[in-house]
Design a protein around this ligand. Structure first.
Ligand code: NOJ
Ligand code: CA
Length: 594
């Protein structure tokens, strides 16, 4: 029922907890983890591309913001065909980003400030410039060097059709054929599998040498002192035996479509919390991946200090995702069902409920995330009200443009809702400034392979990867010393720059800071959660109690009058006091003591 009467304190009483936190106190169970996308965070040397010295120089921004840990997207040696998710050497830093010494300095600076560091591990594929792939190209078909990757003979009498019909997630076929050589068999040159770009050959995880190599890579970074790993494409490393044909197509962030273009997981399924984020098919979520994570768990357990593994697994329903964080596997998994949920009270309640339930069942913390380097930022997504914010893979200049004010308003409300939820929360750099995507990037500056491989049909992810504004109005808004930025910033970034928000009451940055401080002091991350009974099937309101705090989000059109006795701890915007009482306007969230 739509609610118009003023709320009383009684109305806000909560039912029985639906979630009680685990007793063990590892740091990652309730941590707030900030994602740094190195090429766009801060540029130390003025070449227009962010780097590790840039990160080190901004560690105080992160400490003052109040996060617990930083996850850095890849900085390894790489030809940068997929912005570093194409790794040529897993044990070195790309000169674009600095040196191993720069890394050590950054790590030490973070640890001095009480910040943990999580690095990105990309085990599903390497770069085609990796020494192993170069060796495989030079070696004969059937050689040990080829066995490290997924080489196969083609189909058809001349072997000139791909080994199966799989599509690359970035568009086009998932197979590329080698150039002919004298020792090719009767079916001619082999093909290699790449779930992503042709410059990202998939590794063969059935090969013990590949497994041993990655355990060694883990140790290399653990020995250097990192606190954990975010594991790229954690649901993709093992493929179904025989690599059977499959008439579906998976897009990075839009989920799976079977032929005929039906989404596989029904985004409207009210029961299992699915919101359309799952990747299906014989290349994903195979049972064999779990043994890999069990062995990695054992490696991490040899080190002191609760090191952790975080799964990037686009898997639905949440009960399947929970299998990645069973007690002897990884420690956390990104909650993409939450990320892709629309701004809708009933759907948000369901995804929160099911998330807590399924992760509790395996004693893992639930994670919460709204933005990252692969999706349209939530300040832009939520500004596309007519399509429920589901546009994830980029917005082009020719697409309907988001309503910036509505987007930011809903983004701030969604963030406050998220930061109150028990478990661990992920923030993407710049969301603390309320940054939108660049939604009108000219085609000439785009760099995402998914844009090129779909002939521009998918705008791709460049819009959320624009260099951060630190000093409003300075060249490049203070991204680096020269004003150069590898992608152009939209005009609004000047007003949203960090220096224009520090200490400014009501700014998005100060809202994040206050919320993070309260989250810590009220121990929300480790709190029990109970729904506010009187509002538990409202189409307009999401309301729950965590630890001693009541959280109310108003997704309806009418303002919601709050109980006179309630103490407001933080609100996502200005409350409405025009009628004498305190009211929560539409598209806003408030935290209360009530
Ligand atoms: C997921 C990463 O987040 C994305 O940026 C990358 O393109 C793919 N995995 C392939 O590594
Ligand atoms: Ca640089």
């Amino acid at each position: 029922m739509t609610r118009t009467a003023p709320l009383t304190t009684d109305d806000l009483s909560a039912g029985a907890p639906v979630h009680t936190p685990a007793a063990s106190g590892e740091w990652w169970r309730d941590a707030v983890i900030y994602q740094v996308y190195p090429r766009s965070f801060a540029d130390g040397n003025g070449d227009g591309i962010g780097d590790l010295p840039g990160v080190t120089a901004k560690l105080d921004h992160l400490r003052q913001l109040g996060v617990d840990a930083v996850w850095l997207s890849p900085f390894y040696r790489s030809p940068q065909k997929d912005a570093g998710y194409d790794v040529a050497d897993y044990r070195d830093i790309d000169p674009l980003f600095g040196t191993l010494e720069d890394f050590d300095e950054m790590l030490a600076g973070a640890h001095e400030r009480g910040l943990k560091i999580i690095v990105d591990l990309v085990p599903n594929h390497s770069s085609d410039q990796h020494v192993w792939f170069q060796e495989a190209l030079a070696a004969a078909p059937g050689s040990d060097a080829r066995e490290r990757y997924m080489f196969r003979e083609g189909r058809g009498p001349a072997g000139d059709e791909p080994p199966n019909n799989w599509q690359s997630i970035f568009g086009g076929p998932a197979w590329t054929r080698l150039a002919p050589r004298a020792d090719d068999g009767p079916l001619g040159p082999q093909w290699y599998l790449h779930l992503f770009d042709s410059s990202q050959p998939d590794l063969n995880w059935e090969n013990p040498e590949v497994r041993a190599e990655f355990e060694d890579v883990l140790r290399f970074w653990l020995d250097r002192g990192v606190d954990g790993f975010r594991v790229d494409v954690a649901h993709g490393m093992v493929k179904a035996p025989g690599l059977p044909d499959w008439d579906g197509h998976v897009s990075m962030v839009e989920g799976t479509v079977e032929d005929g273009h039906e989404q596989v997981s029904d985004p409207s399924d009210p029961e299992d919390g699915s919101t359309g984020a799952g990747h299906a098919g014989p290349m994903f979520d195979q049972d064999g991946v779990h043994e890999i994570y069990r062995s990695w768990h054992r490696v991490l357990a040899e080190y002191p200090g609760d090191r952790c593994l975080v799964a990037e697994a686009w898997v639905e329903p949440l009960s399947r995702l929970a299998r990645y964080v069973r007690p002897d596997e990884m420690h956390q998994a990104f909650n993409f069902s939450f990320l892709t949920a629309p701004w809708d009270a009933a759907k948000l309640r369901t995804v929160v409920d099911v998330s807590l339930d399924t992760m509790d069942a395996v004693s893992a913390p639930t994670t919460w995330v709204l933005s990252n380097h692969d999706v349209v930022r939530h300040a832009s997504r939520f500004g596309l009200a007519e399509i429920g914010g589901r546009q994830l893979n980029g917005i082009a200049a020719t697409d309907p443009q988001p309503d910036a004010e509505l987007g930011l308003r809903r983004a701030r409300a969604a963030t406050l809702l998220m930061l109150a939820l028990p478990g661990s929360a992920y923030l993407y750099q710049g969301e603390e400034l309320g940054l939108p995507d660049h939604t009108a990037l000219p085609a000439e500056v785009r760099q995402d392979p998914s844009f090129f491989r779909t002939d521009g049909a998918e705008p791709g992810r460049d819009g959320c990867r624009v260099p951060l504004p630190w000093v409003g109005g300075a060249p490049g808004n203070g991204f680096g010393p020269t004003g150069k930025t590898w992608l152009p910033q939209p005009g609004v970034y000047a007003d949203l720059a960090a220096d224009r928000q520090y200490g400014v009451k009501g700014s998005t940055y100060e809202m994040y800071r206050t919320a993070l401080e309260l989250r810590r002091s009220e121990q929300l991350g480790a709190g029990a959660l109970a729904w506010v009974d009187a509002l538990s099937d409202s189409p307009d309101v999401v309301a729950f109690r965590v630890a001693g705090v009541v959280v109310v989000s108003n997704l309806g059109a009418a303002p919601l009058t709050l109980p006179a006795e309630a103490e407001v701890l933080v609100a996502s915007g200005d409350l409405d006091t025009s009628s004498g009482a305190v009211a929560l306007p539409s598209d806003m969230t408030v935290w209360l003591h009530a």
